[in-house]
Design a protein around this ligand. Structure first.
Ligand code: ZN
Length: 478
């Protein structure tokens, strides 16, 4: 059974972590750094963890310059992981007001997925658990993984390839949302693919017959991918953009590039569809007398639930509940809803019953962690009901007390569940048995190609001198 804890002990621990949670929420919201560029945002987390007594063991962990690992240990005991993220999204910068309005400082990126809150809740939970462990003399290890670049080439997959999660007893995550629920769901596996076509340039008016259009090839490929959809199972998703398709209509384009994502319920289906995409690219090149190259540079696993952890977290979530909202916060949310044209229902005030592992079309690199160790997470309201992630109201609410309250409530649920895992051997055994049953006969194979030692989208300077030292120095320079 878990050690007897009054609510006082946990709320004292959360109180101790609260200033750090507040600072991370506010500073990372302000920074709004894009994926793989989160030099200062990761430094904010590192600063708070070091101040709380954690040791940073790896800046630039697993080949991702803005990732890190930090650890705190007291005696020999269970090992618990926390997965803060901190990357923002392009074009979703917004002032902290209930309408679409640019930030006064001109910052155009923003936390439209609420990762400023996500990171604060997880780093904050780890700091809170450390306080509670010290107060009650509970042995164990807390490890915080600075999960850079979740929106593009999430660092967790790089970390999983190096086995960084394998010795944990459990690992925790959360995500901002319109509702309060335990994430007892399967999320999709996916592959990120760049398809390049190489043709031959020519004057499009005088002698187009001399040219071979890479854009033609890309259009044939896109058409074939759209026809392929009919024959994929309903769990599949494919979506793409044209990244390059020529520079002027009077020049036959000799270069075109498509950025494509393939998602499905598991790795096997994703890999099968990816093979089909390779054939489509080759076919499109053949049809247009061009050349295709297909680069599957990143991928991730589906999310594996864990029943004992989900049930325990649900019980805790029902005790903690979503935040108590003020009338001003509800009014802010309703104003956002009015702007977005959705029902003016304000912010969630109830907890969703435990879900029976539905399959969700979205993906997360938490998936790869979940195949390495028992993993569970929670969603907490930080945005208005009926509003989708990756929209401006998420950024706006995330810069107000709405987002902060959601992060604090999430940190409370995560800290309480982590403390249960640390002190309840039966829960640990049950979580491990559930994990073993679900992964029987499974060997973790990284979706990353072996030659992909660092993310494809690293900024130029990081490729030139992206050493951990360089990134750390820049982070501290602020
Ligand atoms: Zn997100």
């Amino acid at each position: 059974m878990p050690i007897q804890r009054g609510n006082d002990d946990v709320s004292q621990a959360i109180d101790a972590a609260r200033p750090a949670i507040e600072r991370i929420c506010a500073e990372v919201w302000e920074l709004a750094e894009l994926s793989l560029h989160e030099v200062h945002s990761s430094a904010v987390h590192i600063r708070e963890l070091e101040a709380a007594g954690f040791t940073v063991t790896g800046v630039g962990a697993a080949g991702v310059p803005t990732a890190f690992v930090a650890e705190w240990r007291q005696g020999d005991g269970p090992k618990i992981g926390f997965l803060p993220e901190y990357d923002a999204l392009p074009g979703l910068g917004n002032a902290a007001v209930p309408r679409q309005e640019a930030r006064a400082d001109g910052q155009t990126s923003g936390h439209g997925c609420g990762h400023n809150l996500l990171g604060a809740g997880l780093t904050g939970a780890a700091i809170a658990v450390k306080h509670a462990m010290q107060a009650a003399n509970v042995p164990g290890t807390l490890r915080v993984y600075g999960c850079a670049a979740e929106e593009v080439e999430g660092a967790k997959v790089y970390m999983a390839r190096e086995g960084l999660f394998n010795d944990l007893d459990a690992c925790f995550h959360w995500h901002p949302a319109p509702i309060a629920a335990v994430i007892n769901a399967r999320m999709a596996a996916n592959n990120s693919i760049k398809i390049e076509f190489h043709g031959r340039t020519a004057h499009a008016g005088i002698e187009p017959w001399q040219g071979r259009s890479a854009l033609d090839a890309m259009e044939v490929a896109a058409h074939a991918i759209n026809l392929m959809r009919e024959h994929l199972e309903p769990t599949a998703r494919t979506h793409y953009i044209y990244e390059a398709g020529g520079v002027a209509p009077n020049i036959v384009p000799d270069y075109a590039r498509m950025w494509l994502k393939v998602r499905d319920a598991d790795r096997a289906r994703v890999n099968a569809t990816t093979e089909w995409v390779r054939q489509i690219a080759d076919g499109a090149a053949l049809a247009t007398q061009t050349r295709a190259s297909v680069n599957v540079y990143y991928g991730l696993h589906d999310l594996l639930p864990n029943t004992p952890l989900a049930e325990r977290m649900q019980a805790i979530l029902e005790r903690v509940g979503p935040p108590a909202w003020s009338e001003a916060e509800q009014a802010f949310a309703r104003a956002c809803q009015q702007e977005m044209g959705v029902a003016e229902k304000g912010l969630a005030t109830n907890v969703i019953p435990l879900q029976k592992e539905p399959t969700i079309g979205g993906s997360s690199d938490v998936g790869d962690v979940s195949w390495c160790t028992p993993t569970m997470g929670v969603i907490m309201p930080t945005l208005p009901l009926g509003v989708s992630l990756h929209t401006w109201p998420v950024t706006a609410c995330g810069g107000t007390s709405i987002g902060l309250k959601g992060a604090l409530a999430a940190a409370t649920v995560l800290a309480m569940t982590a403390l249960d895992v640390l002190t309840d051997a039966d829960l640990r055994r049950a979580a491990r048995a559930d994990f073993d049953r679900r992964t029987e006969g499974f060997t973790y194979v990284s979706p990353l190609p072996p030659e992909q030692t660092r993310p494809l989208g690293l900024p130029e300077w990081m490729n030139a001198d992206g050493s951990a030292e360089a990134v750390e120095a820049l982070g501290r320079s602020r």
